[in-house]
Design a protein around this ligand. Structure first.
Ligand code: NAD
Ligand code: UDP
Length: 313
């Protein structure tokens, strides 16, 4: 298969490129390096089945491919709120361009949507049939509503143009190669604990998230692309739910850090609870996450130690 991975130089994209090359695919990695970097795929560049293209998905591109994994979009609140108008353009115009390409070359296309489409959910855990509770005019809307439009586009190209589409809704994912300055909670806490700095908790720390290790999520994404029975959306994530305070305590424990917790003002529209119902993924993808938070965090911390040049304790 010749496969296009948009956002391939980002956190998830780089792991996906690696996995697809291992599976024997020819991989074209496309990225504008907004929140990703060449270094994430530097180890793949000598592979004769790997090609790297600098391109912004907001502009059309014509490539001959069989499959498109459409990941290009900043995912951390810090990154997607930096230039919110561009975030919306990336979700809307970027997805239209990739769907146009899929239609033209008859490629199957998978969108990495997000648990953010559920907003601050009133249903717990979240099932795919829940329509969500998103503030359409808030500071997270550029991402949440952008992804909701991207999902609508996927479904309309499927219904109207018979494009072969797949949608996964990914819940909070972490692991090696998350940028240290990414701004998301796992990288912030691990980096602060390793540096002996305060771990900043936004709000009271009682809000929850359910964290999945990157390898589990990549496996689910590939399974979703490869199966014929369901176009989605399908939730993929780890249903083990933790408070942000629990995560902070674990990061301090695993790094044997002397760091302290520091309470900061809550972020606007920060969802209070989040946990995926993964019954559909279990059934359709024959998949469930294998790596517990403690084990995944240890791997992430080891990688971050190397990045930060901190010698193991
Ligand atoms: P990331 O920021 O590391 O990766 C996104 C990549 O897309 C980056 O390499 C960035 O440079 C690239 N990009 C952004 N805008 C682009 C544009 N206009 N043109 C070309 N490239 C562009 O984030 P990630 O965590 O790897 O997320 C990847 C995808 O998965 C995103 O679509 C995100 O919405 C989705 N997702 C991730 C999570 C998670 O927890 N990691 C959760 C839900 C959904
Ligand atoms: N968070 C925090 N400290 C940080 C970064 C994030 O307390 O340094 C909190 C944040 O307010 C949210 C949760 O951790 O409640 C997850 O935040 P993240 O940005 O990782 O992802 P998202 O909010 O998009 O799920």
């Amino acid at each position: 298969m010749r496969v296009l991975v948009t956002g391939g130089a980002g956190f998830l994209g780089s792991h996906l490129c690696e996995r697809l090359l291992k599976d024997g695919d020819e991989v074209i990695c496309l990225d504008n390096y907004f929140s990703g970097k060449r270094a994430n795929v530097a180890h793949l560049r000598d592979n004769r089945n790997f090609e790297l293209i600098r391109h912004d998905t907001v502009e059309p591109i014509l490539l001959e491919v069989d499959r498109i994994f459409h990941l290009a979009c900043p995912a951390s609140p810090v990154h997607y709120q930096y230039n919110p108008v561009k975030t919306i353009k990336t979700s809307v115009m970027g997805t239209i361009n990739m769907l146009g390409l899929a239609k033209r070359v008859r490629a199957r296309i998978l969108l990495t949507s997000t648990s953010e489409v559920y907003g601050d959910p009133e249903e717990h855990p979240q099932t795919e049939s829940y329509w969500g509770h998103v503030n359409p005019i808030g500071v997270r809307a550029c991402y949440d509503e952008g992804k909701r439009v991207a999902e609508a586009l996927m479904m309309d190209y499927h219904r109207q143009n018979k494009v072969d589409t797949r949608i996964v809704r990914i819940f909070n994912t972490y692991g090696p190669r998350m940028a240290i300055n990414d701004g998301r909670v796992v990288s912030n806490f691990c980096a602060a604990a390793l540096r002996g700095e305060d771990l900043e908790i936004y709000g009271d720390g009682k809000q929850t998230r359910s964290f999945a290790y990157v390898d589990d999520i990549i496996d689910a994404i590939v399974r979703m692309m490869n199966q014929e029975d369901h176009i989605g959306p399908i939730n993929i994530g780890n249903p083990n739910e933790f408070t942000i305070s629990e995560l902070a305590a674990l990061a301090i424990d695993l790094t044997r850090s002397a760091s302290k917790l520091k309470l900061m003002p809550a972020r606007p529209d920060d969802p209070v609870r989040r946990k995926p119902d993964i019954s559909l993924a279990r059934k359709v993808l024959k998949w469930e996450p294998k790596i517990p938070l403690r084990e995944g965090l240890c791997k992430t911390i080891e990688h971050m130690r190397t990045e930060l040049g901190i010698v193991s304790a």
